[in-house]
Design a protein around this ligand. Structure first.
Ligand code: C2O
Length: 543
């Protein structure tokens, strides 16, 4: 492969949205940020220069980072943040991945405006496993706040309450026709009669799973999270935050203008639903622009339409039989969900604005994950520095209860800690991710850094090994880096721990990671250089 070099300048840029101009942090003044286009086997060297007044890191979401954990990016996990005035060059190689990934800031809520697509095409001379499309278009779904997103999360952290919801949803950073002062900038996606466009749909929204559809057009899913999927057709997609889905769309309708739209899927029925639809326009090039009729809106499911979500996610298969580990060395069971912490006695009332004077929290196996501040976890591990983390993350929940029912207040209160789960190199791992209904049953998009995993089953209620093991698909399950764990349900994933380092696993809803819905795996080195993490690069930012 080739080596591609890029420079990302992180800088404050005036951005006009919803009638007003705000300074927002961008990459190279672009919003969304630059699209990177590479081939499988290429290497990337991205020099990130921080000219903003915030700390920043960039994460290459879904890139496997084989033995390049120092380039993964989550702040205080694999590196200290790049300070204002500093820089760091991320160096990594794309190995065996093809399709759509993306990159985003992994520092506070900066990813609200610091994100872009990462497109990986087949090696030179190789082709897609589907007919070559005439066009390819990234469709990046996002969220926009009129307030500075950093202030939004700071305020939430200060009060312990839920953060303000965003003011608009966006397609390629534009809210579209349904919002004030936005119509003239609505994104136009051109196509011509008979052509096929490969839409690379990315859910870069901070806090919402999203439905996506195009009026009058059928979508053929061919990929997800930079893996190929056995093609299937659908009228609507659902993407958990962080997920990508590649679809072919054929211009087989009357030449005209058609809306494509995204809207929140929010399974918690008590969460208010409004302001969450965003549109762009699929425009047949031959249609007359001047007096073009109003575009047609697609049908989108209701905000609580879990049946559609379930049918959609169960349609995903690998194109052929795959090598799922059948023997398991580590059988883990992690609860994922919200919690409430009592107001500590030394806290002011104003810091406990959650339900009934509590602070909102979230956890895996009842531990709210805390990042260190003085050194990254990966450095502490590599250099053997004690006191930064412990390796006692529980492999099963400390107490078992009815995860989908009402439970007593005592079960609401996670402890905090920087707890890692240690894996021997090469271990075959199964994790049951069990959603809890504490406070609200929600669909949690759980993302694992440094790995793809097979999603071998999902279901509703409490995971029951006797009943549910028989449903495991060990033949052709999809390979993903983010699994949307059903609300009031569970999902089972498997992977082989073949990439040494410290790898964050977390809910990709930023508000949940803020509250601690995360843990990290420490994957030990194996034997010899090829199974070990090399020394850190010399420009790795220090704390
Ligand atoms: Cu795209 Cu840790 O996240």
């Amino acid at each position: 492969g080739e080596i591609q070099r890029h420079q990302f300048v992180i800088q404050a840029t005036p951005v006009k949205r919803l009638c007003n101009t705000h300074n927002r942090i961008t990459v190279n003044g672009m919003f969304p940020g630059p699209t990177l286009e590479v081939r499988n086997g290429d290497s990337l060297e991205v020099k990130v220069v921080n000219k903003a007044r915030y700390n920043v890191t960039i994460h290459w979401h879904g890139v496997r980072q084989m033995r390049t954990g120092w380039a993964d990016g989550p702040e205080f996990v694999t590196q200290c943040p790049i300070r204002p005035g500093g820089s760091y060059t991320y160096r990594f190689t794309i190995q065996g991945q093809e399709g759509t990934l993306w990159w985003h800031a992994h520092s506070s809520w900066l990813r609200a405006t610091v994100y872009g697509a990462l497109i990986i095409r087949p090696r030179l001379g190789e082709s897609y496993p589907f007919p070559k499309p005439n066009l390819e278009t990234p469709i990046v779904l996002g969220e926009w706040w009129d307030a500075n997103p950093i202030d939004v999360v700071r305020e939430a952290t200060r009060t312990g309450a839920a953060p303000n919801v965003s003011d608009a949803y966006t397609i390629n950073a534009q809210p579209g026709d349904l919002y004030k002062c936005s119509s003239k900038d609505t994104r136009i996606i051109p196509i011509d009669a008979g052509e096929t466009n490969l839409l690379r749909v990315i859910n870069a929204a901070l806090n919402q799973p999203l439905f996506f559809a195009v009026a009058n057009h059928t979508l053929t899913v061919v990929g997800a999270d930079a893996t190929y999927i056995k093609p299937f057709t659908t009228s609507v997609l659902m993407l958990g935050a962080g997920q990508t889905t590649d679809v072919l769309i054929k211009a087989d309708q009357r030449p005209a203008r058609y809306y494509m739209a995204a809207r929140a899927y929010q399974s918690a029925q008590n969460v208010p639903f409004d302001n969450t639809t965003t549109t762009a326009i699929l425009e047949y090039k031959s249609s007359k622009k001047g007096n073009a009729p109003k575009p047609i809106m697609p049908f989108l499911p209701a905000y609580n339409d879990t049946n559609t979500v379930t049918a959609f996610s169960r349609s995903f298969r690998s194109p052929r039989k795959v090598q799922v580990p059948t023997e398991i060395d580590e059988s883990l069971f992690f609860t994922v969900g919200l919690g409430l912490n009592n107001c500590p006695p030394n806290f002011r009332r104003s810091r406990c604005q959650g339900p009934n004077g509590t602070r909102l929290a979230a956890s895996m196996n009842n531990v709210s994950f805390m990042l260190p501040r003085s050194i990254s976890l990966l450095q502490a591990h590599q250099q053997g520095i004690p006191g930064v983390f412990t390796t006692d993350f529980p492999g099963t929940p400390p107490v078992k209860f009815d995860y989908t029912g009402n439970v007593s207040r005592t079960l609401f209160q996670p402890s905090t800690g920087t707890k890692l789960y240690k894996l021997k190199f090469g271990s075959r791992v199964q994790v049951v991710l069990q959603g809890t209904s504490i406070i609200a049953p929600e669909n949690h998009p759980i993302h694992l850094h440094g790995y793809d995993f097979y999603i071998i089953a999902e279901g509703f209620g409490n995971f029951n090994p006797k009943r549910d093991t028989s449903k495991f698909n060990l033949v052709d399950p999809p390979l993903r880096n983010t699994v949307a764990v059903p609300a009031n349900g569970w999902a089972v994933i498997r992977f082989v721990a073949d990439n040494p380092g410290v790898w964050l696993m977390h809910c990709h809803l930023d508000v949940h990671i803020t509250w601690g819905l995360a843990m990290a795996f420490l994957v030990e080195n194996g034997v010899g250089e090829l199974q070990s993490l090399p020394a850190p690069p010399s420009d790795l930012p220090l704390c």
